[in-house]
Each structure stands twice: as C-alpha cells, then as structure tokens.
Ligand binder design. Structure first.
Ligand code: 13P
Length: 263
C-alpha cells in the first residue's frame, strides 16, 4: 500500500545571501543523503530567484531522486514572455530546474497588491509550464477576530484556484507568520475541515485530493502535532528553513508522524 506524501517546504523569502544559501542547500542535501527520510517525505527548497540555478546544481549533485528533494521558486509572472521588466516567467523557472512555485503568499498579496484574479492567472501560467503551484491562502488577524475567516478562505479558494487545479494549497494565517504564534489544534482542525470542504466545490470534483499544508511559525517542536491533524499534508516553513539544523529537525519530526495511505 502506498503512503500519502508529506511535504516539508522551505520558503527562504529574501533572506539568505548567495554563499550562505548555497551552503545551507548543501548541508541539507548532504544530511538527507546520509540519512534518507522515508520515501513519502517530499522536501522542497524555495530560494530567491538569484540562487535557483546554484541551489539546483547542489541538489542534483547529490544522489537523491528529484521527487525526494526538489527546487521551488517564490513567484512567477502570468505571461509566458514579453516586455515585463523585472519579472520572471514560469518557463524560465523550469529552465533553472524548479518543479514547484509558491503563488499568492500573503507577503505578495500585501506588498505587491496581488489579487485572487492575478494569482489565478499565475496558477494557469505555472501549470502550463509544468510547475506545481503552491497557492497560499489565509486570513488576517482582524478578519479572524471579526469571525470572517471562513468567508475570506472561501473567497481566496474560489478566486485564486483554477477549476482544474492540480497543485498544493498552503493555509498560512497571516497572524501566524513570523509571530511565533500557531493556531490551536482545535482551530487548525476547524480551518482544515473548512478548506477540505471548499476545495471540491471549487474543483467541481471529489476525485482529486489536493494536498493542504500549514504554514506560520512552524518549528520542529510543533511539527508532530501539526501533522497529526487530519487533513494536514505538510508544512510550509519560513525562518526555521534558514538554518540547516532547524530545517532538518522539522524533516525528521515529519518522518516520525505515523503516515496514512492516500484517500
Ligand atoms: P515563518 O515560518 O517565518 O512564520 O514564515 C511562514 C511563511 O510565510 C512561509 O511561507
């Protein structure tokens, strides 16, 4: 019987200088090569654009299959090419070895005014180029406190996913990112059930099981309890992915969670 994959995805954001990023990627890959996690653990490293090629080179230098440790980018542009100064197309990312791309992160929604409609265009572009989109959704603190989280999540799922979506959804409550606060077990369970109920409505089918990850102040300490929640298929890690040891601790913690067969 096959085991459902568990994703551990590191989002470096704009935070590792070039040499440090390459060292970090090398340390993580070497440790995974020396002590390989079980095959259902999927590790993905998402460095800044400028480090994609270098990190890819390091990942592929080691003897680990691509699906066990992959490269991801942090964004892409919706158009395949054209006069878009400063932007990067999905195809350009695949040329550098990326298999995944994070889209609609709250920092992009907030700092770049990205709307659900723009994110949906990016999802289409990424999918057309052969990338697996990781679409981030999540409510702000005020929306949560005003009891509007459910409608925010419903709007983001409806607006930013395509009907034939084949990718990953990351639930990242904005108030949990970089704050050291994670939702309680009960709250996360409620949100996950809601997201799981909304997805088939958007996709118009029950047949596709979209992996849903949690992100926001993830460390190795909470990873076992986060991954024990029904419907959580992995973690999207920010600051704890910037040190090899803390990222490896999260990967190891994920391997210790009893795995389920795919439903
Ligand atoms: P932190 O893990 O630093 O809270 O960041 C989470 C995040 O935004 C991952 O995409």
């Amino acid at each position: 019987m096959s085991t459902a994959p568990k994703f551990v995805i590191g989002n470096w954001k704009m935070q590792a200088q070039h040499e440090r990023g390459l060292t970090l990627a090398g340390d993580v890959t070497k440790a995974l090569e020396d002590t390989p996690p079980p095959s259902h653990i999927r590790t993905v490293i998402c460095p800044p654009y400028t480090q994609l090629s270098g990190v890819n080179h390091i990942l592929r230098k080691h003897d680990l299959p691509t699906e066990r440790i992959s490269l991801g980018a942090q964004d892409c542009y919706p158009a395949p090419s054209g006069p878009f100064t400063g932007d990067i197309s999905a195809k350009m990312l695949t040329e550098l070895g990326a298999r995944y791309v994070i889209l609609g992160h709250s920092e992009r929604r907030q700092n770049h005014g990205e709307t659900d409609a723009v994110i949906r265009q990016k999802v289409k572009a990424a999918t057309a180029a052969g990338l697996i989109p990781i679409v981030c959704i999540g409510e702000h603190l005020a929306e949560r406190n005003e009891g509007r989280a459910a409608s925010v999540l419903a709007g983001q799922i409806e607006g930013s996913l395509t009907r034939g979506f084949r990718g990953i959804v990351a639930y990242e409550p904005v108030w949990a990112i970089g704050s050291g606060i994670t939702p309680s077990h009960e709250e996360l369970q409620r949100k996950l059930s809601l997201i799981r109920a909304l997805l088939p409505m958007r996709l118009m089918t029950d047949d596709i099981r979209v992996p849903v990850l949690y992100g926001g102040s993830v460390t190795s300490v909470q990873t076992p309890s986060l991954l024990s929640i029904d419907g959580v298929d992995g973690v999207l890690v920010g600051s704890a992915s910037l040190e090899a040891q803390s990222f490896l601790d999260i990967i190891r913690a994920a391997t210790e969670v009893p795995s389920s067969s795919p439903s």
